[in-house]
Write a protein that binds this ligand. Sequence first.
Ligand SMILES: C[S@@+](CC[C@H](N)C(=O)[O-])C[C@H]1O[C@@H](n2cnc3c(N)ncnc32)[C@H](O)[C@@H]1O
Length: 400
Amino acid sequence: MLIIESLTHLGMGRASDGQSLLPRVLPGEEVDVAQDGTLRIVTPSVDRVAAPCRHFKSCGGCAMQHATDAFVAAWKQDIVVKAVHARGLDPVFREIATSPAQSRRRAKFSGRRTKKGAMVGFHTRASDNLVQVTDCQLVTPALLASFPALEALTVLACSRKGEIDLTVTDAVLGPDVLIGTEKELTPQLRVELASLANQFGLSRLVWNDEPVVMMNPPMQDFGGTGVVPPPGAFLQATKHGEASLLAAVDEITAGAARIIDLFAGCGTFTLPLSKRAEVHAVESEAAMLAALDRGWRAGHQLRRVTTETRDLFRRPLEADELRHFDAAVIDPPRAGAEAQIANLAESDIKTIAMVSCNPVTFARDARMLVDAGFVMPWVQVVDQFRWSPHVEVVASFTRK
Ligand SMILES: C[S@@+](CC[C@H](N)C(=O)[O-])C[C@H]1O[C@@H](n2cnc3c(N)ncnc32)[C@H](O)[C@@H]1O
């Protein structure tokens, strides 16, 4: 018999033997692991619940449906608390903002041919079998409703024995589908794909990197401004998560007339902020900035927005270039933004809104700002990756 002592940041249970890491268990539980590896919960935790999704047992898509919402929220918050405490920081933590069920607007499914046609779903845990997730509790109803289209696409795009990736994004005018396949795109296939997109109301179909059908622009709405992101471009995982992050960023930068948005993507923050401030958006992907710029030009009553394609790891904005701005928004990838943060620390910028998807690099970068004279009055954890170990953070920094 083993007792689960704690969870790792990936949600695996550390067992009392000092070596086992077990999935889908909770602290305090007594468990039995049979010779064949089968896990039996002998004494369940009071935080254990029946999973809301009937696919949870087999599906590898979610990791934490066996715990109450309150447990998951406290566990995620604690991951961030520990990371910032490890750097000697002690900000106020605002209440976590957790996205509701059925709100994930993008998912990567896999598709395979079957004798009867095709099946589409997620991989099972630790194997390459597929589970058909017809009642998935994670994704938006529009993504679930796209399954017949995805199955029909699998019949067209998948070889008899292979497997394809289907990345589907919920867009205003119909699902935006990116197919990853080894099959060759023929003129005949193009015709069939166009007919399929029309039949199922898909807005765009992209074959590997090539857009092959555009029935409608696969529009995203950023605070009332429409943007058509390039295929597969970064998007916040849920509308709710995006709104929570934006509300925090808006509050932190309130009163700033000139804002710089670093790692700006397609304008998630730039465009809503441009309703009240001039914004300079910097990002390494030219196609994303072109999409942002087109959205801004077609937008209404927005202040001036400028864009700059730049690798902020290799060529961060210098302190001198930052002197034109009252506030900065910074939302780097998982690696964080060490070089850019060092220059922000050196600059005379007074206000920074930092968004991060990695508590460890977040805490490292926050420490650099605090050492340079910033205070970090509050941090908010945003959980837009419900039932997974991922966690997002937004924090406010002001110069003393
Ligand atoms: C976490 S996303 C945030 C995007 C945007 N702020 C949003 O909320 O939609 C990080 C962005 O950084 C960009 N990026 C990655 N590496 C970069 C680099 N070295 N320099 C500049 N931008 C980079 C990515 O293309 C991506 O758009």
